[in-house]
Write a protein that binds this ligand. Structure first.
Ligand code: 4AD
Ligand code: MG
Length: 465
């Protein structure tokens, strides 16, 4: 719901309103004969409020300071608009300029500035149309995530950000240490020699790559749970789809197999999209017009049609027979690349696809092994434009199989003692998945680069702001 416009319309129902106030940042100012028009926005909704200033009336109150980017308050009368384009405007009779913005220096002047340029002024871009809309959509999506699980009786649990175990076993973790604390020694500033035994936790610790291992313990007791929080990966992927710090939604269900897991994932994605479509019409309309012209059609289509499902093996056959010239070769047993995932979902199927039963060599140690000895009960949800949106699986609940897998992979069992205990005492069949929240926001907005759907991105070589 476009709160501000509705609100103002309600206010106006009984006629013009004197004594109204509007706060915000100036988007544009246009002076014409006898009157000036100021577009004001406070970020509460996409629409600007038009402020009408008869010439000369506010000069003594500093009207020359009303330039793009300035922070101001106007007082006046709220009226039905005389001109077209907007239904409501403020006929101003008083002004406070809280924070002027030197027009010669203000960086956010240019209309149509590139996304790359806006990234360099990420501390100011929240005032622009695009980033206001991105953040409002992100907010509604987060709300819809919680609502989806809360309405279905899932318990939101908070898993630790600092961990000593590598969930994905992929070695992409950031170390957390106090051993490198810089300090003064003999009057000189220096870094300490790291010694894990002397370190804060008494052993190596890292930022989590996924809350899954912890969330599995909570599913063994609360049955249906989810986490929604930050995760970190030190993979050196400079792509439009990877961040070093991102948010993940991770539901986990006891007494659930891969079918139930896929059903939940599909219902989840479709419900959240449907809710954002309803909640953010003005913002999505903007993205549809300015960022991605197929956006609204795509989102409605996703809400209305079931996802395709196929095995990894079937997908490899399709890719091999596609006649496409792949940059990365397709062969059973190797991981699918973004180009393969996108071909499947964009060209072959034309809607989201869930791939299952991947070769065990390319998936994490915790996935439930199939009887064929070659594949595991993995499931990835692939969507057009993004590729992988969700990765999940049914988990290996059998102690002997899990231990054997850790041994095969040469992974130490000691750090996973508590994870193995779950299988030792009251093990339950269970399954879950992780949805990359920024990828969902990319999908919802049509934004092309994941760096532009977080307020401040963390990527290789870049931790400004
Ligand atoms: O497929 P992933 O690696 O799965 C897991 O971490 C499981 N432990 C989740 C689970 O079963 N509970 O990551 C899940 C999702 C991906 O599908 C992708 O959307 C997102 O997280 N993701 C990233 N998003 C942004 N930047 C990155 N570097 C990402 N890596 C993964
Ligand atoms: Mg994955």
């Amino acid at each position: 719901m476009d709160y501000r416009r509705e609100y103002l319309r309600d206010l106006l129902a009984s006629g013009p309103r004197a004594g109204a106030e509007a706060y915000g940042w100036v988007k544009t100012r246009r002076d014409s004969k006898g009157v000036s028009f100021v577009q004001l926005n406070d970020g509460s909704c996409f629409a600007d409020l038009q402020v009408v200033v008869p010439a000369g009336t506010l000069d003594a109150q500093g009207f020359e300071g009303v330039t793009n980017g300035a922070c101001v308050r106007f007082g006046g009368q709220l009226v039905e608009s005389q001109g077209g384009g907007q239904s409501i405007e403020l006929l101003a009779d008083s002004l406070t300029v809280y924070g002027p913005a030197d027009p010669a220096a203000y960086p956010l002047q240019k209309k149509g500035a590139s996304m790359e340029f806006l990234r360099e002024i990420a501390h100011l871009r929240a005032r622009g149309n695009t980033f206001g809309a991105v953040n409002r959509v992100r907010n509604r999506a987060a709300w819809a995530v919680h609502r989806f699980f809360q309405e279905r009786g899932f318990v939101w649990v908070n898993t630790p950000v600092i961990t000593a175990s590598d969930c994905e076993g992929a070695g992409q973790m950031f170390a957390v240490t106090t051993a490198l604390d810089p300090h003064l020694q003999d009057g000189k500033y220096r870094l300490a020699e790291p010694d894990p035994a002397e370190d804060f936790f008494g052993k190596p610790a890292y930022l989590t790559v996924s809350g899954q291992l912890n969330v599995e313990t909570l599913a063994h007791g609360l049955t249906n749970v989810y986490t929604f929080g930050p995760t970190f990966r030190a993979e050196n992927s400079n792509t439009p789809r990877h961040l070093a710090e991102f948010w993940m939604v991770e539901p986990e269900q006891a007494f659930c197999d891969i079918e139930g897991n896929m059903n939940l994932a599909e219902e989840f994605v479709r419900t959240v999209i449907g809710e954002v479509l309803e909640a953010c019409p003005a913002d999505l309309e903007f993205f549809n017009q300015r960022i991605e012209q197929t956006l609204l059609d795509t989102l409605h289509h996703v809400v209305d049609s079931p996802f395709e499902r196929m095995t990894y093996t079937e997908a490899v056959h399709l890719l091999e027979g596609s006649g496409e010239a792949w940059e990365f070769p397709v062969a059973w047993g190797s991981d699918l690349q973004s180009e393969h995932e996108r071909w499947l979902t964009e060209k072959k199927v034309g809607r989201p696809v869930i791939l299952t039963d991947y070769p065990r060599e390319i998936k994490a140690f915790y996935m439930r092994q199939n009887d064929d000895g070659k594949t595991v009960r993995a499931m990835d949800v692939l969507v057009p434009r993004i590729g992988e949106l969700i990765g999940g699986s049914q988990r290996e609940e059998r102690l002997d199989r899990l231990e054997a897998r850790l041994d095969e992979l040469g992974m130490p069992k000691e750090p996973y003692w508590w994870y193995l205990d779950l299988r030792r005492y009251g093990s339950a069949p269970h399954a879950g998945f992780g949805l990359g929240f920024e990828r969902l926001v990319m999908y919802l907005t049509g934004m092309k680069n994941i760096r532009d759907v977080v307020p401040f991105h963390r990527t290789p070589g870049d931790a400004e702001f």
